[in-house]
Design a protein around this ligand. Sequence first.
Ligand code: FAD
Length: 568
Amino acid sequence: MILDAQTLEHGASLEADLCIIGGGAAGISLALQFLRGPGRVLLIESGHQGPDAGSQALYAGEVADPALHSPPDTYRQRQFGGSTTIWGGRCMPLDAVDFRQRPWMPHSGWPIGPETLAPWYPEANTLCEAGEYDYNANTAVAGGMKPLIAGFTPENFTADGIERFSLPTNFAARYGHRLAASENVRVLLGTNCTGIETTPDGTRATTVRLRSLKGWEGSVNAARIVIATGGLEVPRLLLASRGPGHENGIGNARDLVGRYYMCHIAGTSGRLRFSLPRDAIQHGYEMAWDGTYMRRRLTLTPAAQEKYGVGNAVMRLHFPRIPDPSHGSSVLSGLYLMRWLLPYEYRKRLAGEEGKGLGPTLRHLWNMVSDPLAATEFAATMLLKRRLATRKFPSIIVRPPGNVFSLDFHGEQEPNPESRITLSEHARDALGMPRIRVDWRWTQGDIRTAEVTFRLMAEELAKWGKGSLEFSPAELAHDMLRDGAYGGHHIGTARMGATPATGVVDGHCRIHGIRNVWISSAAVFPTSSQANPTLSVVALALRLAAELKAEMAAVPEVATASAVAAGG
Ligand SMILES: Cc1cc2nc3c(=O)[nH]c(=O)nc-3n(C[C@H](O)[C@H](O)[C@H](O)COP(=O)(O)OP(=O)(O)OC[C@H]3O[C@@H](n4cnc5c(N)ncnc54)[C@H](O)[C@@H]3O)c2cc1C
Protein backbone atom coordinates (compact mmCIF):
# COMPACT_ATOMS: atom_id res chain seq x y z
CA MET A 1 0.00 0.00 0.00
CA ILE A 2 1.35 3.45 -0.88
CA LEU A 3 -0.07 6.46 0.97
CA ASP A 4 0.74 10.12 1.39
CA ALA A 5 1.25 11.57 4.88
CA GLN A 6 -1.43 14.16 4.15
CA THR A 7 -4.10 11.45 4.07
CA LEU A 8 -3.39 10.60 7.73
CA GLU A 9 -4.86 12.25 10.77
CA HIS A 10 -2.71 15.05 12.21
CA GLY A 11 -0.76 13.73 15.19
CA ALA A 12 -1.28 10.08 14.17
CA SER A 13 0.75 7.58 16.14
CA LEU A 14 1.54 4.63 13.89
CA GLU A 15 2.72 1.17 14.93
CA ALA A 16 5.16 -1.05 13.06
CA ASP A 17 7.22 -4.13 13.69
CA LEU A 18 9.78 -2.69 11.31
CA CYS A 19 10.11 0.94 10.27
CA ILE A 20 12.40 1.59 7.30
CA ILE A 21 13.38 5.23 6.87
CA GLY A 22 14.23 6.08 3.26
CA GLY A 23 12.95 4.62 0.00
CA GLY A 24 16.03 4.46 -2.21
CA ALA A 25 17.95 1.38 -3.38
CA ALA A 26 18.51 0.16 0.18
CA GLY A 27 15.08 0.90 1.64
CA ILE A 28 13.14 -0.51 -1.30
CA SER A 29 15.34 -3.65 -1.49
CA LEU A 30 14.68 -4.25 2.20
CA ALA A 31 10.92 -3.61 2.01
CA LEU A 32 10.56 -6.00 -0.95
CA GLN A 33 11.68 -8.87 1.29
CA PHE A 34 8.63 -8.33 3.56
CA LEU A 35 5.82 -8.27 0.99
CA ARG A 36 4.23 -11.32 2.59
CA GLY A 37 5.48 -10.84 6.13
CA PRO A 38 6.50 -11.46 8.76
CA GLY A 39 5.45 -8.41 10.74
CA ARG A 40 3.98 -5.08 9.71
CA VAL A 41 6.42 -2.93 7.80
CA LEU A 42 6.29 0.83 7.35
CA LEU A 43 8.55 2.51 4.78
CA ILE A 44 8.90 6.23 5.42
CA GLU A 45 9.91 8.23 2.35
CA SER A 46 10.46 11.97 2.26
CA GLY A 47 9.80 12.48 -1.44
CA HIS A 48 7.05 11.62 -3.87
CA GLN A 49 6.67 9.72 -7.13
CA GLY A 50 8.85 12.11 -9.11
CA PRO A 51 11.03 15.09 -8.26
CA ASP A 52 9.69 18.11 -6.38
CA ALA A 53 11.62 21.22 -5.48
CA GLY A 54 10.40 21.40 -1.88
CA SER A 55 11.63 17.94 -0.94
CA GLN A 56 14.88 18.38 -2.89
CA ALA A 57 15.57 21.63 -1.01
CA LEU A 58 15.68 19.64 2.25
CA TYR A 59 18.98 18.22 0.94
CA ALA A 60 20.69 21.63 0.64
CA GLY A 61 23.64 22.26 2.93
CA GLU A 62 27.03 23.85 3.37
CA VAL A 63 30.33 22.79 1.81
CA ALA A 64 33.69 23.65 3.38
CA ASP A 65 35.42 23.98 0.00
CA PRO A 66 33.08 24.26 -2.99
CA ALA A 67 35.99 23.48 -5.33
CA LEU A 68 36.25 20.03 -3.76
CA HIS A 69 32.62 18.98 -3.31
CA SER A 70 29.35 19.66 -5.10
CA PRO A 71 26.44 21.26 -3.24
CA PRO A 72 24.71 18.55 -1.15
CA ASP A 73 21.40 18.96 -3.00
CA THR A 74 23.11 17.77 -6.18
CA TYR A 75 24.26 14.19 -6.84
CA ARG A 76 21.37 12.82 -4.78
CA GLN A 77 17.62 12.85 -5.24
CA ARG A 78 15.08 13.25 -2.43
CA GLN A 79 12.21 11.36 -4.06
CA PHE A 80 10.78 7.83 -3.99
CA GLY A 81 13.55 5.68 -5.52
CA GLY A 82 16.25 8.00 -4.14
CA SER A 83 19.28 8.50 -6.33
CA THR A 84 18.47 5.42 -8.41
CA THR A 85 16.20 7.86 -10.28
CA ILE A 86 19.37 9.36 -11.81
CA TRP A 87 22.16 6.81 -11.27
CA GLY A 88 24.41 5.50 -14.03
CA GLY A 89 23.83 1.81 -13.25
CA ARG A 90 27.47 0.66 -13.17
CA CYS A 91 27.61 -2.52 -11.06
CA MET A 92 30.38 -4.67 -9.66
CA PRO A 93 30.95 -6.39 -6.31
CA LEU A 94 33.57 -5.40 -3.76
CA ASP A 95 36.92 -7.21 -4.04
CA ALA A 96 38.16 -9.60 -1.35
CA VAL A 97 41.07 -7.25 -0.59
CA ASP A 98 38.62 -4.49 0.38
CA PHE A 99 37.56 -6.38 3.50
CA ARG A 100 41.09 -6.97 4.78
CA GLN A 101 42.79 -5.11 7.56
CA ARG A 102 45.65 -3.84 5.42
CA PRO A 103 48.69 -2.64 7.38
CA TRP A 104 49.44 -0.08 4.67
CA MET A 105 45.90 1.39 4.73
CA PRO A 106 45.10 3.16 8.02
CA HIS A 107 41.64 2.43 9.50
CA SER A 108 41.01 -0.40 7.02
CA GLY A 109 39.34 -3.74 7.75
CA TRP A 110 35.71 -4.83 7.85
CA PRO A 111 34.37 -6.96 10.72
CA ILE A 112 32.88 -9.25 8.04
CA GLY A 113 34.64 -10.99 5.17
CA PRO A 114 33.77 -11.32 1.48
CA GLU A 115 32.19 -14.72 2.20
CA THR A 116 29.50 -12.95 4.28
CA LEU A 117 28.31 -10.84 1.37
CA ALA A 118 28.91 -13.42 -1.38
CA PRO A 119 25.54 -15.25 -0.98
CA TRP A 120 23.59 -11.99 -1.41
CA TYR A 121 25.26 -10.64 -4.54
CA PRO A 122 23.39 -12.77 -7.14
CA GLU A 123 19.99 -11.58 -5.87
CA ALA A 124 21.29 -8.01 -5.60
CA ASN A 125 22.44 -8.28 -9.22
CA THR A 126 18.94 -9.41 -10.19
CA LEU A 127 17.31 -6.48 -8.33
CA CYS A 128 19.71 -4.09 -10.06
CA GLU A 129 18.82 -5.80 -13.38
CA ALA A 130 22.47 -6.22 -14.26
CA GLY A 131 22.10 -9.68 -15.80
CA GLU A 132 23.80 -12.82 -14.58
CA TYR A 133 26.06 -12.61 -11.56
CA ASP A 134 29.26 -13.20 -13.51
CA TYR A 135 32.01 -10.58 -13.38
CA ASN A 136 34.64 -12.53 -15.28
CA ALA A 137 35.25 -11.58 -18.92
CA ASN A 138 36.22 -15.18 -19.74
CA THR A 139 32.85 -16.63 -18.75
CA ALA A 140 30.37 -13.74 -18.98
CA VAL A 141 29.64 -14.55 -22.63
CA ALA A 142 30.10 -17.79 -24.55
CA GLY A 143 33.68 -17.94 -25.84
CA GLY A 144 34.78 -15.06 -23.59
CA MET A 145 34.72 -11.33 -24.17
CA LYS A 146 37.14 -9.69 -26.57
CA PRO A 147 40.49 -8.85 -24.93
CA LEU A 148 40.84 -5.25 -23.86
CA ILE A 149 44.31 -5.01 -25.41
CA ALA A 150 45.13 -8.13 -27.43
CA GLY A 151 48.28 -9.90 -26.22
CA PHE A 152 48.83 -7.63 -23.20
CA THR A 153 49.16 -9.70 -20.02
CA PRO A 154 50.39 -7.29 -17.34
CA GLU A 155 51.82 -8.56 -14.07
CA ASN A 156 50.36 -5.87 -11.82
CA PHE A 157 46.88 -5.69 -13.32
CA THR A 158 44.06 -8.09 -14.03
CA ALA A 159 42.45 -7.47 -17.38
CA ASP A 160 39.59 -9.96 -17.15
CA GLY A 161 37.42 -8.17 -14.60
CA ILE A 162 34.29 -6.51 -15.91
CA GLU A 163 31.60 -4.08 -14.90
CA ARG A 164 27.96 -4.70 -15.77
CA PHE A 165 25.25 -2.15 -16.29
CA SER A 166 21.79 -1.90 -14.84
CA LEU A 167 19.00 -0.54 -17.13
CA PRO A 168 19.71 1.76 -15.10
CA THR A 169 16.87 0.61 -12.86
CA ASN A 170 14.84 3.27 -11.07
CA PHE A 171 13.89 1.25 -7.97
CA ALA A 172 10.64 3.17 -7.37
CA ALA A 173 9.42 2.91 -10.96
CA ARG A 174 10.40 -0.75 -11.19
CA TYR A 175 9.33 -2.08 -7.79
CA GLY A 176 6.81 0.50 -6.53
CA HIS A 177 3.82 -1.50 -7.86
CA ARG A 178 4.88 -4.55 -5.80
CA LEU A 179 4.97 -2.44 -2.66
CA ALA A 180 1.64 -0.86 -3.63
CA ALA A 181 0.04 -4.31 -3.94
CA SER A 182 1.32 -5.54 -0.57
CA GLU A 183 -0.96 -5.47 2.45
CA ASN A 184 1.94 -6.05 4.73
CA VAL A 185 4.17 -3.19 3.62
CA ARG A 186 2.87 0.36 3.88
CA VAL A 187 4.82 3.10 2.11
CA LEU A 188 4.28 6.61 3.39
CA LEU A 189 5.37 9.24 0.86
CA GLY A 190 5.91 12.92 1.55
CA THR A 191 6.92 11.97 5.09
CA ASN A 192 10.16 13.07 6.68
CA CYS A 193 11.79 11.50 9.66
CA THR A 194 13.03 14.44 11.73
CA GLY A 195 14.40 12.50 14.67
CA ILE A 196 14.53 9.27 16.61
CA GLU A 197 13.82 9.07 20.33
CA THR A 198 15.17 6.47 22.71
CA THR A 199 14.65 5.19 26.22
CA PRO A 200 16.38 7.40 28.83
CA ASP A 201 19.35 5.06 29.02
CA GLY A 202 19.73 5.34 25.23
CA THR A 203 19.83 1.59 24.63
CA ARG A 204 16.60 1.25 22.64
CA ALA A 205 14.83 3.49 20.15
CA THR A 206 11.16 4.03 20.89
CA THR A 207 9.74 6.63 18.52
CA VAL A 208 10.36 7.89 15.01
CA ARG A 209 9.29 11.55 14.66
CA LEU A 210 7.59 12.43 11.36
CA ARG A 211 6.75 15.68 9.58
CA SER A 212 5.53 16.64 6.15
CA LEU A 213 6.28 19.85 4.31
CA LYS A 214 2.57 20.67 4.43
CA GLY A 215 2.47 20.76 8.23
CA TRP A 216 1.36 17.20 9.08
CA GLU A 217 3.05 15.71 12.11
CA GLY A 218 2.99 12.18 13.46
CA SER A 219 5.14 9.44 14.90
CA VAL A 220 5.89 5.75 14.63
CA ASN A 221 6.15 3.45 17.59
CA ALA A 222 8.47 0.91 16.01
CA ALA A 223 9.93 -2.30 17.35
CA ARG A 224 12.77 -2.14 14.87
CA ILE A 225 14.14 0.75 12.84
CA VAL A 226 16.35 0.68 9.78
CA ILE A 227 17.85 3.98 8.64
CA ALA A 228 18.28 3.89 4.85
CA THR A 229 18.49 7.57 4.02
CA GLY A 230 21.76 7.54 2.04
CA GLY A 231 25.38 8.20 3.04
CA LEU A 232 24.98 11.93 3.78
CA GLU A 233 21.58 11.83 5.43
CA VAL A 234 22.34 8.90 7.74
CA PRO A 235 24.84 10.95 9.78
CA ARG A 236 22.52 13.97 9.67
CA LEU A 237 19.65 12.02 11.21
CA LEU A 238 21.87 10.37 13.81
CA LEU A 239 23.56 13.63 14.81
CA ALA A 240 20.26 15.53 14.92
CA SER A 241 18.61 12.91 17.15
CA ARG A 242 19.81 14.07 20.55
CA GLY A 243 18.34 13.28 23.90
CA PRO A 244 18.99 11.67 27.27
CA GLY A 245 21.43 8.81 26.85
CA HIS A 246 22.66 10.10 23.49
CA GLU A 247 23.50 13.77 23.99
CA ASN A 248 25.86 13.82 20.97
CA GLY A 249 23.47 12.03 18.67
CA ILE A 250 22.45 8.41 18.25
CA GLY A 251 25.38 6.02 17.88
CA ASN A 252 27.81 8.87 18.44
CA ALA A 253 29.15 8.17 21.93
CA ARG A 254 32.66 7.84 20.42
CA ASP A 255 32.39 10.80 18.02
CA LEU A 256 32.53 8.53 14.97
CA VAL A 257 29.28 9.54 13.22
CA GLY A 258 29.95 11.63 10.12
CA ARG A 259 33.71 10.99 10.17
CA TYR A 260 35.65 8.97 7.54
CA TYR A 261 33.54 10.43 4.73
CA MET A 262 34.78 8.96 1.45
CA CYS A 263 33.79 9.21 -2.20
CA HIS A 264 36.19 8.03 -4.90
CA ILE A 265 39.24 9.63 -6.44
CA ALA A 266 38.57 9.70 -10.15
CA GLY A 267 39.59 11.41 -13.34
CA THR A 268 40.94 11.01 -16.84
CA SER A 269 44.62 11.51 -17.59
CA GLY A 270 47.61 10.48 -19.71
CA ARG A 271 48.18 9.68 -23.36
CA LEU A 272 48.14 6.04 -24.31
CA ARG A 273 49.40 4.92 -27.72
CA PHE A 274 49.57 1.46 -29.28
CA SER A 275 51.47 0.03 -32.21
CA LEU A 276 48.72 -2.48 -32.83
CA PRO A 277 46.01 -2.91 -35.46
CA ARG A 278 42.85 -0.97 -34.62
CA ASP A 279 40.77 -4.06 -33.86
CA ALA A 280 43.32 -5.30 -31.27
CA ILE A 281 41.96 -2.69 -28.86
CA GLN A 282 38.49 -3.24 -27.45
CA HIS A 283 37.26 0.21 -26.54
CA GLY A 284 33.59 -0.17 -25.83
CA TYR A 285 30.78 -2.28 -24.45
CA GLU A 286 29.87 -5.86 -25.19
CA MET A 287 26.44 -7.24 -24.72
CA ALA A 288 25.44 -10.43 -22.87
CA TRP A 289 22.76 -12.75 -24.28
CA ASP A 290 20.14 -11.00 -22.14
CA GLY A 291 21.06 -7.55 -23.44
CA THR A 292 23.14 -6.48 -20.43
CA TYR A 293 25.96 -4.13 -21.37
CA MET A 294 29.38 -5.08 -20.00
CA ARG A 295 32.82 -3.54 -20.16
CA ARG A 296 36.33 -4.72 -19.36
CA ARG A 297 38.58 -2.84 -16.98
CA LEU A 298 42.16 -3.05 -15.71
CA THR A 299 42.35 -3.65 -11.95
CA LEU A 300 45.46 -3.19 -9.82
CA THR A 301 46.14 -6.62 -8.29
CA PRO A 302 45.98 -7.04 -4.49
CA ALA A 303 49.65 -8.11 -4.60
CA ALA A 304 50.61 -4.83 -6.28
CA GLN A 305 48.47 -2.85 -3.81
CA GLU A 306 50.33 -4.53 -0.96
CA LYS A 307 53.79 -4.27 -2.53
CA TYR A 308 53.46 -0.55 -3.24
CA GLY A 309 51.29 0.27 -0.21
CA VAL A 310 48.40 1.80 -2.15
CA GLY A 311 44.62 1.51 -2.40
CA ASN A 312 42.40 -0.46 -4.74
CA ALA A 313 42.04 1.03 -8.22
CA VAL A 314 40.77 0.40 -11.74
CA MET A 315 41.35 2.02 -15.11
CA ARG A 316 39.41 2.00 -18.35
CA LEU A 317 40.49 3.03 -21.82
CA HIS A 318 39.03 6.42 -22.50
CA PHE A 319 39.01 9.21 -25.02
CA PRO A 320 40.88 12.53 -24.56
CA ARG A 321 39.39 15.25 -22.39
CA ILE A 322 36.20 16.49 -24.00
CA PRO A 323 36.67 20.26 -23.34
CA ASP A 324 40.01 20.28 -25.17
CA PRO A 325 39.25 20.78 -28.90
CA SER A 326 42.66 19.41 -29.91
CA HIS A 327 41.08 15.91 -29.84
CA GLY A 328 39.66 16.76 -33.28
CA SER A 329 36.52 14.69 -32.74
CA SER A 330 33.26 16.09 -34.11
CA VAL A 331 31.29 13.92 -31.69
CA LEU A 332 33.17 15.04 -28.57
CA SER A 333 33.01 18.67 -29.68
CA GLY A 334 29.25 18.33 -30.28
CA LEU A 335 28.85 16.90 -26.82
CA TYR A 336 30.89 19.69 -25.29
CA LEU A 337 28.93 22.44 -27.00
CA MET A 338 25.59 20.87 -26.05
CA ARG A 339 26.54 19.94 -22.49
CA TRP A 340 23.98 22.45 -21.15
CA LEU A 341 21.25 20.02 -22.13
CA LEU A 342 22.57 17.47 -19.60
CA PRO A 343 21.66 17.38 -15.89
CA TYR A 344 24.23 19.02 -13.56
CA GLU A 345 25.50 15.61 -12.41
CA TYR A 346 26.41 14.54 -15.95
CA ARG A 347 27.54 17.99 -17.10
CA LYS A 348 29.97 18.77 -14.29
CA ARG A 349 32.86 16.68 -15.57
CA LEU A 350 32.43 18.03 -19.10
CA ALA A 351 33.38 21.54 -18.01
CA GLY A 352 37.02 22.59 -18.25
CA GLU A 353 39.27 25.55 -18.82
CA GLU A 354 40.55 24.18 -22.13
CA GLY A 355 37.17 24.68 -23.77
CA LYS A 356 36.46 28.20 -22.56
CA GLY A 357 36.73 31.36 -24.68
CA LEU A 358 36.14 32.20 -28.30
CA GLY A 359 39.18 30.39 -29.73
CA PRO A 360 38.39 26.92 -28.29
CA THR A 361 34.68 27.37 -29.10
CA LEU A 362 35.50 28.08 -32.74
CA ARG A 363 37.79 25.03 -32.82
CA HIS A 364 34.99 22.87 -31.39
CA LEU A 365 32.64 24.22 -34.07
CA TRP A 366 35.28 23.49 -36.71
CA ASN A 367 35.59 19.91 -35.46
CA MET A 368 31.84 19.53 -35.81
CA VAL A 369 31.51 20.92 -39.33
CA SER A 370 34.56 19.04 -40.58
CA ASP A 371 32.90 15.67 -39.93
CA PRO A 372 29.14 16.27 -39.76
CA LEU A 373 28.34 12.70 -40.76
CA ALA A 374 30.02 11.19 -37.68
CA ALA A 375 28.23 13.66 -35.39
CA THR A 376 24.83 12.94 -36.99
CA GLU A 377 25.36 9.18 -36.91
CA PHE A 378 26.37 9.40 -33.27
CA ALA A 379 23.35 11.55 -32.35
CA ALA A 380 21.00 9.05 -34.02
CA THR A 381 22.63 6.08 -32.23
CA MET A 382 22.40 7.84 -28.89
CA LEU A 383 18.75 8.70 -29.49
CA LEU A 384 17.87 5.11 -30.30
CA LYS A 385 20.14 3.26 -27.89
CA ARG A 386 20.06 5.64 -24.97
CA ARG A 387 17.08 7.98 -24.97
CA LEU A 388 14.47 5.61 -26.40
CA ALA A 389 15.78 2.21 -25.23
CA THR A 390 14.63 0.60 -21.96
CA ARG A 391 18.09 -0.86 -21.40
CA LYS A 392 20.18 2.17 -22.08
CA PHE A 393 23.58 2.33 -23.73
CA PRO A 394 25.63 3.12 -20.59
CA SER A 395 27.71 6.08 -21.66
CA ILE A 396 29.15 7.98 -24.56
CA ILE A 397 32.01 6.00 -26.08
CA VAL A 398 33.96 7.47 -28.94
CA ARG A 399 37.02 5.92 -30.52
CA PRO A 400 39.63 8.67 -30.22
CA PRO A 401 40.81 10.05 -33.54
CA GLY A 402 44.45 9.00 -34.04
CA ASN A 403 44.01 6.13 -31.56
CA VAL A 404 45.50 8.17 -28.70
CA PHE A 405 43.56 7.06 -25.62
CA SER A 406 43.55 8.41 -22.12
CA LEU A 407 43.03 6.37 -18.95
CA ASP A 408 39.93 6.81 -16.85
CA PHE A 409 40.92 6.17 -13.24
CA HIS A 410 38.58 5.24 -10.35
CA GLY A 411 40.28 4.59 -7.03
CA GLU A 412 39.76 3.96 -3.38
CA GLN A 413 40.11 6.79 -0.88
CA GLU A 414 41.95 6.30 2.40
CA PRO A 415 39.56 6.42 5.38
CA ASN A 416 40.34 9.74 7.07
CA PRO A 417 38.62 10.79 10.32
CA GLU A 418 39.07 14.48 9.40
CA SER A 419 36.96 14.07 6.25
CA ARG A 420 33.53 14.53 7.71
CA ILE A 421 29.87 15.48 7.73
CA THR A 422 28.75 17.66 10.63
CA LEU A 423 25.61 19.65 11.34
CA SER A 424 25.53 23.29 10.36
CA GLU A 425 25.62 25.59 13.36
CA HIS A 426 23.26 28.11 11.76
CA ALA A 427 21.28 26.73 8.83
CA ARG A 428 18.06 24.74 9.25
CA ASP A 429 15.73 23.29 6.65
CA ALA A 430 12.00 23.96 6.25
CA LEU A 431 11.27 21.26 8.84
CA GLY A 432 13.61 22.77 11.41
CA MET A 433 16.35 20.15 11.02
CA PRO A 434 19.97 21.37 11.03
CA ARG A 435 21.44 21.21 7.54
CA ILE A 436 24.65 19.31 6.87
CA ARG A 437 28.11 20.74 6.46
CA VAL A 438 30.35 18.74 4.14
CA ASP A 439 34.09 18.85 4.71
CA TRP A 440 35.37 16.26 2.25
CA ARG A 441 39.14 15.76 2.30
CA TRP A 442 41.58 13.88 0.12
CA THR A 443 44.97 12.61 1.25
CA GLN A 444 48.40 12.33 -0.32
CA GLY A 445 47.80 8.57 -0.11
CA ASP A 446 44.80 8.93 -2.46
CA ILE A 447 46.94 10.72 -5.05
CA ARG A 448 49.73 8.20 -4.56
CA THR A 449 47.34 5.38 -5.45
CA ALA A 450 46.65 7.10 -8.78
CA GLU A 451 50.32 7.86 -9.39
CA VAL A 452 51.54 4.33 -8.65
CA THR A 453 48.76 2.84 -10.81
CA PHE A 454 49.72 5.05 -13.77
CA ARG A 455 53.45 4.44 -13.26
CA LEU A 456 53.04 0.66 -13.14
CA MET A 457 50.91 0.75 -16.28
CA ALA A 458 53.52 2.90 -18.07
CA GLU A 459 56.28 0.46 -17.04
CA GLU A 460 54.31 -2.61 -18.09
CA LEU A 461 53.49 -1.14 -21.50
CA ALA A 462 57.11 -0.13 -22.05
CA LYS A 463 58.29 -3.66 -21.13
CA TRP A 464 55.74 -5.19 -23.51
CA GLY A 465 56.91 -2.92 -26.32
CA LYS A 466 53.63 -2.45 -28.18
CA GLY A 467 52.27 0.51 -26.32
CA SER A 468 53.27 3.54 -24.29
CA LEU A 469 51.71 5.68 -21.60
CA GLU A 470 52.85 9.24 -21.21
CA PHE A 471 51.81 11.09 -18.05
CA SER A 472 53.24 13.50 -15.53
CA PRO A 473 52.60 13.17 -11.78
CA ALA A 474 51.74 16.87 -11.49
CA GLU A 475 49.26 16.71 -14.37
CA LEU A 476 47.81 13.48 -12.94
CA ALA A 477 47.28 15.02 -9.48
CA HIS A 478 45.62 18.01 -11.13
CA ASP A 479 43.37 15.76 -13.23
CA MET A 480 42.32 13.71 -10.18
CA LEU A 481 41.44 16.76 -8.10
CA ARG A 482 40.10 18.97 -10.88
CA ASP A 483 36.46 18.13 -10.05
CA GLY A 484 37.00 17.14 -6.41
CA ALA A 485 35.04 14.29 -4.84
CA TYR A 486 33.55 11.85 -7.31
CA GLY A 487 29.81 12.43 -7.56
CA GLY A 488 27.13 10.36 -5.90
CA HIS A 489 29.15 7.84 -3.88
CA HIS A 490 28.69 8.80 -0.23
CA ILE A 491 30.59 6.31 1.90
CA GLY A 492 31.85 5.64 5.43
CA THR A 493 29.92 8.15 7.57
CA ALA A 494 28.57 5.51 9.98
CA ARG A 495 31.26 2.90 9.60
CA MET A 496 31.08 -0.75 10.51
CA GLY A 497 33.47 -1.91 13.23
CA ALA A 498 33.72 -4.88 15.53
CA THR A 499 33.64 -2.68 18.64
CA PRO A 500 32.07 0.67 19.59
CA ALA A 501 35.57 2.13 19.54
CA THR A 502 36.03 1.28 15.86
CA GLY A 503 32.56 1.55 14.40
CA VAL A 504 29.11 3.09 14.61
CA VAL A 505 27.48 -0.22 13.60
CA ASP A 506 28.54 -3.82 14.19
CA GLY A 507 29.04 -6.49 11.53
CA HIS A 508 25.25 -6.91 11.29
CA CYS A 509 24.74 -3.18 10.63
CA ARG A 510 23.15 -2.72 14.07
CA ILE A 511 24.17 0.45 15.92
CA HIS A 512 26.53 -0.44 18.78
CA GLY A 513 24.75 -0.04 22.09
CA ILE A 514 21.24 0.31 20.64
CA ARG A 515 19.45 -2.96 20.27
CA ASN A 516 16.78 -2.06 17.69
CA VAL A 517 18.33 0.37 15.17
CA TRP A 518 20.20 -0.72 12.04
CA ILE A 519 21.73 1.21 9.12
CA SER A 520 21.37 0.15 5.50
CA SER A 521 23.60 2.33 3.36
CA ALA A 522 27.11 2.80 1.98
CA ALA A 523 27.50 4.88 5.15
CA VAL A 524 28.47 1.61 6.89
CA PHE A 525 31.34 0.73 4.49
CA PRO A 526 34.59 1.18 6.49
CA THR A 527 36.56 1.41 3.24
CA SER A 528 35.47 2.61 -0.18
CA SER A 529 36.98 0.05 -2.61
CA GLN A 530 37.40 0.84 -6.29
CA ALA A 531 33.83 -0.37 -6.86
CA ASN A 532 30.75 1.76 -7.31
CA PRO A 533 28.72 1.13 -4.16
CA THR A 534 25.10 0.37 -5.05
CA LEU A 535 25.30 -3.36 -5.79
CA SER A 536 26.97 -3.87 -2.40
CA VAL A 537 24.46 -1.57 -0.68
CA VAL A 538 21.68 -3.80 -2.04
CA ALA A 539 23.54 -7.01 -1.09
CA LEU A 540 23.96 -5.73 2.48
CA ALA A 541 20.26 -4.75 2.57
CA LEU A 542 19.26 -8.27 1.51
CA ARG A 543 21.42 -9.81 4.21
CA LEU A 544 19.96 -7.45 6.81
CA ALA A 545 16.42 -8.28 5.66
CA ALA A 546 17.09 -12.02 6.10
CA GLU A 547 18.42 -11.45 9.61
CA LEU A 548 15.50 -9.20 10.57
CA LYS A 549 13.00 -11.70 9.13
CA ALA A 550 14.50 -14.49 11.19
CA GLU A 551 14.34 -12.34 14.30
CA MET A 552 10.77 -11.21 13.59
CA ALA A 553 9.58 -14.73 12.82
CA ALA A 554 10.91 -15.78 16.20
CA VAL A 555 8.51 -13.27 17.81
CA PRO A 556 5.22 -14.26 16.12
CA GLU A 557 2.96 -11.79 17.95
CA VAL A 558 2.82 -8.16 17.02
CA ALA A 559 6.23 -6.99 18.11
CA THR A 560 5.55 -3.54 19.45
CA ALA A 561 8.28 -1.51 21.01
CA SER A 562 7.17 -2.65 24.42
CA ALA A 563 7.35 -6.31 23.34
CA VAL A 564 10.91 -5.77 22.22
CA ALA A 565 11.66 -4.00 25.48
CA ALA A 566 10.46 -7.12 27.21
CA GLY A 567 13.04 -9.15 25.33
CA GLY A 568 11.58 -9.67 21.79
C1 FAD B 1 24.51 10.92 -11.00
C2 FAD B 1 24.72 9.66 -10.20
C3 FAD B 1 25.22 8.52 -10.82
C4 FAD B 1 25.43 7.36 -10.07
N1 FAD B 1 25.89 6.25 -10.72
C5 FAD B 1 26.12 5.12 -10.01
C6 FAD B 1 26.60 3.96 -10.66
O1 FAD B 1 26.82 3.94 -11.88
N2 FAD B 1 26.81 2.85 -9.90
C7 FAD B 1 26.59 2.83 -8.56
O2 FAD B 1 26.83 1.82 -7.92
N3 FAD B 1 26.11 3.92 -7.93
C8 FAD B 1 25.86 5.06 -8.62
N4 FAD B 1 25.37 6.16 -7.99
C9 FAD B 1 25.09 6.07 -6.53
C10 FAD B 1 23.73 5.47 -6.25
O3 FAD B 1 22.72 6.28 -6.75
C11 FAD B 1 23.61 5.31 -4.72
O4 FAD B 1 24.66 4.45 -4.28
C12 FAD B 1 22.30 4.68 -4.29
O5 FAD B 1 21.20 5.42 -4.76
C13 FAD B 1 22.28 4.64 -2.75
O6 FAD B 1 21.07 4.07 -2.32
P1 FAD B 1 20.51 4.41 -0.89
O7 FAD B 1 19.19 3.74 -0.78
O8 FAD B 1 21.53 4.14 0.13
O9 FAD B 1 20.31 6.02 -0.87
P2 FAD B 1 19.40 6.94 -1.77
O10 FAD B 1 19.23 6.39 -3.12
O11 FAD B 1 19.97 8.31 -1.64
O12 FAD B 1 17.98 6.90 -1.05
C14 FAD B 1 17.75 7.52 0.18
C15 FAD B 1 16.26 7.80 0.29
O13 FAD B 1 15.97 8.31 1.59
C16 FAD B 1 15.05 9.37 1.48
N5 FAD B 1 15.26 10.23 2.66
C17 FAD B 1 16.36 10.96 2.94
N6 FAD B 1 16.20 11.57 4.13
C18 FAD B 1 15.01 11.19 4.61
C19 FAD B 1 14.29 11.48 5.81
N7 FAD B 1 14.79 12.26 6.77
N8 FAD B 1 13.06 10.93 5.98
C20 FAD B 1 12.54 10.11 5.04
N9 FAD B 1 13.17 9.81 3.89
C21 FAD B 1 14.40 10.34 3.69
C22 FAD B 1 15.38 10.04 0.17
O14 FAD B 1 14.29 10.77 -0.33
C23 FAD B 1 15.74 8.84 -0.70
O15 FAD B 1 14.63 8.32 -1.37
C24 FAD B 1 25.13 7.33 -8.68
C25 FAD B 1 24.61 8.48 -8.07
C26 FAD B 1 24.41 9.64 -8.81
C27 FAD B 1 23.86 10.84 -8.12
